[in-house]
Design a protein around this ligand. Sequence first.
Ligand SMILES: N[C@@H](CCC(=O)N[C@@H](CS)C(=O)NCC(=O)O)C(=O)O
Length: 204
Amino acid sequence: MLTLYGQYMSRAQRCLWTLEELGVPYQHVKTNQTLGESRTPEFLKINPNGHVPALKDGDFILWESMAIAMYVAKKYGQGSLWPASVEDEGHVMQWALWASLEVETFVVNFLRHAMLYPPEKRRPELAEEALRVLPAPLKVLDDALAGREYLVGNRFSVADINVSTVLLLADVHKHLGVDTFGNVTGWLQRVADRPAWQKLPSLK
Ligand SMILES: N[C@@H](CCC(=O)N[C@@H](CS)C(=O)NCC(=O)O)C(=O)O
């Protein structure tokens, strides 16, 4: 039995989505990072970074949300969420690293410093930097989606989960000018219509 640690309103979202898409049985421990639950001595034994999510599969432990989503997809979703060819697998990894390194840091800075943090904790320059930097990678994503429905191999895959969750978290895409990128907007709508994504808020 798999155990996924991390409440829905966190990067655990992409792992929960992957598990729900595949119908894999799992136990959900709703570790709440906003209450400091990811920093307890017990949790630090699971993820020494003090972050959610984390996954336990028997004695095997894995952290980093995109790595967890890819692990679950590769183990349980061969030919569906995980692609069949080595080339498509390369693209799944490309998109995960790209989303994590080129996009997510800026999106999270925007979320924190324009929306989530109390005013006294906000650093407006970080929100402004995000708005300045993000159009370039969003254009890359928009161009990649021209004439295609999904990112890899023309079928829904864990690449779509990893990349779209960066923009869907807390509906942040509505505040980043994503609507000026037509292909990205259509794709976000398409993936967010999936029943497994729709189910997630009820998991909390
Ligand atoms: N790169 C990591 C980032 C994990 C992360 O920063 N998680 C946040 C929630 S989305 C967290 O646990 N924050 C609480 C803390 O750091 O104390 C991943 O994708 O798993």
